[in-house]
Ligand binder design. Structure first.
Ligand SMILES: [Zn+2]
Ligand SMILES: [Zn+2]
Length: 153
C-alpha cells in the first residue's frame, strides 16, 4: 500500500523566496531563547522541525553565520524569517507561520528555553527550562505562572 505524502508550501513576506516541505514535522513548539527573540524581534517564536531532505527552497536565502550550528535564514530580498538550518544534525527548523496558508496544522508540544522568557504563556503546553532530553535539553519543566512584571513586556 502506498502512502500519500503531505506537501506544504509557503513564502516570505515579499514572495521572492518560496519553501516546500514534505511529510510531517518531527516536532513543533515555541522557543523563548534570547537568540530567537533577537533574530525575530518578538517575545517568543513558533517553530516546526523537519528532516532537512524534506525541505526545499526556491529563491535567494540569506543565511546568518553567528551560530555555526544553526544557520538562521531570511529571504535575501525582504528579510522575512524563513528557517534555521541545523546542518550537522540534518534537521531544518521552518517557521510555521511561513507555511500557515498551506494547511499545516500547528500543534505545539513544548515551550523551549522558558527560563529565558520575556513573557508568560498560559496555554497548558509543557514549559521546559531549556528543552526535553530527546532534543538535547535537561528535561526540567517549569510551572505555569502569571508574573505581572513579565506581562508588562
Ligand atoms: Zn522576501
Ligand atoms: Zn530559540
Amino acid at each position: 500500500m502506498s502512502e500519500i505524502e503531505n506537501i506544504y508550501t509557503g513564502q516570505c513576506y515579499c514572495g521572492a523566496t518560496k519553501v516546500t516541505v514534505k511529510g510531517e514535522p518531527f516536532a513543533q513548539g515555541y522557543c523563548h531563547c534570547k537568540s530567537c527573540r533577537a533574530f525575530h524581534g518578538a517575545p517568543f517564536i513558533a517553530w516546526s522541525v523537519w528532516p532537512s531532505d524534506a525541505v526545499s527552497v526556491e529563491g535567494d536565502l540569506r543565511k546568518t553565520d553567528k551560530n555555526p550550528a544553526l544557520a538562521r535564514s531570511t529571504c535575501a530580498s525582504c528579510g522575512g524569517k524563513m528557517m534555521g538550518i541545523l546542518k550537522e544534525a540534518g534537521f531544518t527548523v521552518v517557521f510555521p507561520n511561513v507555511l500557515a496558508d498551506s494547511g499545516l496544522t500547528f500543534a505545539p508540544t513544548m515551550h523551549k528555553y522558558y527560563a529565558d522568557r520575556a513573557m508568560d504563556v498560559i496555554d497548558g503546553v509543557p514549559k521546559f527550562e531549556d528543552g526535553p532530553v530527546e532534543l538535547g535539553g535537561s528535561g526540567v519543566t517549569l510551572p505555569e505562572t502569571r508574573d505581572p512584571v513579565r506581562q508588562a513586556v
